[in-house]
Design a binder for this molecule. Structure first.
Ligand code: ADP
Ligand code: MG
Length: 698
């Protein structure tokens, strides 16, 4: 597509080295923070602020408060309780406090004589003898001298290794001086006035250097009007870029797929069940879209277990009937493998040729698959993102299906569509997700997609009975697993990631595996975790699906999509650490057949109030949409759909949950700009979304 419109500030494209003191090495470090142009520095906002603008009387300090105090030393001593430490008792006439140091020098100790005056900055915490500050920053004050305090709040920026806070602060100061005055505000003034939002330069200046007296609580919560203004602009930019993509797709060509009644009828009659109303509706939407000469861009959203795979299979058959190839991509090898089995089981009797491609496929086997994709022998191929790697060519790819879309980023999806094109024809695309998100958010996040929602589960499903038990009851739970297995049922035992390390996680599952193997003597117990080889994982999963294993100990690798209808008992350890949505995904692995199913949430006491409420909610609520709403309410900003979890969008300022209420404004403003201000649209996308989306150009 076009480059930046000429009326954009030329400075917006200056190289980083235009900053004083920035050479190639520093530029590289900045790029690690996603800063490619000086203007980007303006949008690197402080994570938090320190208030060094005023002195707080010691008597007014509350536990947890971080403040500057000005005090006189009453007593300094070294104590040897548990750990050697230097204690310095200080007071300012309004109250007393202890400064505590674990690391200190003799000189430091000597400097803190009784009667010495000092100014300290630290966080007050309850200690054995009243409030204390551990390792505060401090400086001694010469008699009669009181250096000036800061006149602005001190910004603390997210930084990266080898880039010091003060250095970064200096660079941002340069950007504020030189680039802020020429920054272009692309949001029309009337709009800002309508929504009572500040202008861009005003918002940026304020957020980098809030004045004395700024509301730190509001800033920390991300609710300040200046933050809202930026969040609005960022969400708007993403929204616009998605809308543009969708516009563009309307002008793209795709092969119309009329649908193949014979193949479909044969498929449906082999299933042994009727589609639910929601499945039929989604399929009708898909058929209507695929009959067009433009690429379908449809999202099928539906709770775990609602039967999205069958819908995908029916869509695939339509494409196959029209002589097209279909690629089905899953986020994990485990899930891909499972789809491969389902599709093979369904399609082989229909003489539809199903292929398989994953990252672990190598050598001759891989070459054979590639050849059959290229010559069109393979009609439906299932796999991981390996489906769209270099060297994979399709003869006539007509439909791309992406399962559990929330595991991929928008970018990945776009990239995939780009690779799927042949000549001027694009494949239709169908994406599926079980992440239930509120409608307003869906409109922002999936602005390039049409959405079909499946709101019901297949009939005959029994709700999963859920209980929360303290870990002390583990042996009761083991007994329950034994009972279930003796009755021919199967159980998952999930040990989620509790430390941020694969290694520790696999150790945790390994020891649980050992423990259960011993406790359940004659019942075979399997193990899968992220550090195992894919083939090994697959083998174990298959054994579990086939009933050769009674219990599967697993990490959250089984969270998404795994389908073993005979499994009817799910134990989740450390459930108190997990969010509702994740618990819901895991719980969705049971209750897929017609046996009564149960989920045991094992927790470690004591429970925080929030954790208690979460577990309680899990016990009461089984509807995924309802749980998502509750999750938002309980966890608030960032956690539920935060990019950390989903990779949906890389957001710098906005938070999809916290700022969800901006969605309506985003839509309104988006509509206005798209019609009236194409230059603003381009510039906003360039500023916030950058190049990542832009390869979709023609
Ligand atoms: P998800 O939407 O979570 O991907 P799946 O497609 O894996 O759900 O379906 C869950 C289970 O329900 C599968 O075993 C599938 O065969 C079964 N199923 C799907 N649709 C129906 C239906 N209409 N009636 C009965 N069972 C169904
Ligand atoms: Mg699924």
């Amino acid at each position: 597509m076009q480059s930046l419109p000429s009326e954009a500030a030329p400075a917006a494209n200056d190289a980083l080295t235009a900053l004083r003191g920035v050479g190639p090495a520093l530029a590289e470090k900045l790029e690690r923070l996603n800063i490619r142009r000086p203007e980007d520095l303006l949008f690197l906002l402080p994570q938090r602020y320190e208030d060094r603008t005023r002195i707080t009387p010691v008597g007014a300090l509350r536990p947890g408060q971080t403040a500057v105090i000005e005090v006189e030393v009453a007593l300094t001593e070294v104590v040897y309780r548990r750990r050697r430490s230097l204690l310095c008792r200080v007071s300012d006439g309004t109250g007393q406090l202890t400064l505590r140091f674990f690391y200190f020098s003799r000189a430091q100790q000597n400097g803190l004589q009784r009667g010495t005056k000092l100014r300290a900055y630290g966080t007050a915490r309850p200690g054995p003898a009243g409030l204390e500050m551990v390792h505060p920053e401090y400086r001694l004050l010469a008699p009669g001298r009181a250096p000036a305090l800061e006149d602005r709040l001190t910004p603390i920026y997210p930084t990266t290794e080898g880039l010091q806070q003060t250095r970064l602060r200096g660079l941002i100061q340069q950007a504020l001086d030189r680039w802020l005055p020429q920054i272009e505000d692309w949001l029309p003034g009337e709009l800002l006035a309508d929504f009572s939002l500040p202008a861009l330069d005003e918002a940026l200046a304020y957020l980098h250097q809030p004045p004395t007296g700024a509301d730190l609580t509001e800033l920390a919560a991300g609710k300040h009007p200046c933050q809202r203004r930026l969040a609005l602009e960022e969400l708007l930019a993403h929204h616009l870029s998605l809308r543009q993509l969708r516009e563009r797709a309307r002008h793209e060509r795709a092969t119309p797929v009329p649908g193949d009644a014979a193949l479909r009828d044969a498929f449906f009659s082999s299933l042994g069940f009727e589609l639910t109303g929601g499945q039929q509706q989604a399929l009708a939407d898909i058929d209507r879209d695929m009959a067009q000469a433009h690429p379908m861009m449809r999202l099928v959203q539906g709770d775990v277990g609602c039967g999205k795979t069958v819908v995908a299979a029916a869509a695939a058959l339509a494409a196959v009937g029209a002589g097209q190839q279909v690629a089905i991509m899953a986020p994990t090898e485990l899930l891909a493998e499972q789809h491969r089995e389902s599709f093979f089981r369904w399609f082989d009797p229909l003489d539809v040729r199903v292929g398989w491609l994953s990252g672990s496929l190598r050598g001759k086997a891989r070459n054979l698959v590639l050849q059959e994709l290229a010559d069109g022998t393979t009609q439906v191929v299932v796999g991981t993102h390996a489906l769209f790697q270099e060297g994979v060519d399709y003869r006539r790819l007509g439909l791309v299906i992406v399962d559990e879309q929330h595991r991929f980023g928008v970018h990945q999806r776009l990239e995939l569509m780009e690779k799927g094109r042949s000549g001027d024809l694009r494949p239709h695309q169908l994406v599926m997700t079980a992440t239930p998100i509120p409608r307003t958010l869906a409109m922002t996040l999936y602005a390039d997609l049409d959405v079909s929602a499946i709101r019901e589960l297949p009939p005959g499903r029994q709700p999963v009975q859920t209980v929360a038990l303290a870990e002390a009851r583990r042996s009761d739970v083991v007994a329950r697993v034994r009972e279930a297995c003796s009755a021919g049922r199967r159980a998952y035992w999930v040990c989620p990631l509790i430390e941020d390390s694969d290694l520790i996680e696999s150790q945790a599952v390994e020891s649980t595996h050992k423990l259960l193997t011993e406790a359940l003597d004659d019942i075979p117990v399997g193990l899968v975790h992220g550090r195992m080889k894919p083939e090994q994982k697959d083998r174990t999963m298959k054994a579990f699906a086939a009933g050769e294993l009674g219990v599967l100990v697993a990490t959250t690798v089984i969270e998404v999509g795994v389908d073993v209808p005979e499994a009817s008992l799910m134990i989740i350890e450390n459930a108190e650490r997990m969010g509702l949505s994740q618990l819901h995904q895991l719980r969705g692995r049971v209750g897929r057949g017609d046996a009564a199913s149960a989920c045991v949430l094992l927790y470690r006491s004591p429970l925080s109030r929030l954790a208690r409420e979460r577990l309680d909610t899990m016990r009461r609520v089984s509807d995924g949409f309802e749980l998502a709403r509750k999750d938002l309410e309980l966890r608030g900003p960032g956690e539920v759909l935060g990019t950390r979890q989903t990779g949906l969008m890389q957001l710098r300022v906005a938070d999809l949950i916290r700022d969800a209420d901006l969605a309506a404004q985003v839509q309104t403003i988006g509509r206005q700009l798209l019609g009236a201000a194409p230059a603003a649209v381009e510039a906003l996308i360039h500023r916030w979304v950058g190049g990542a989306h832009r390869f979709g150009k023609v």
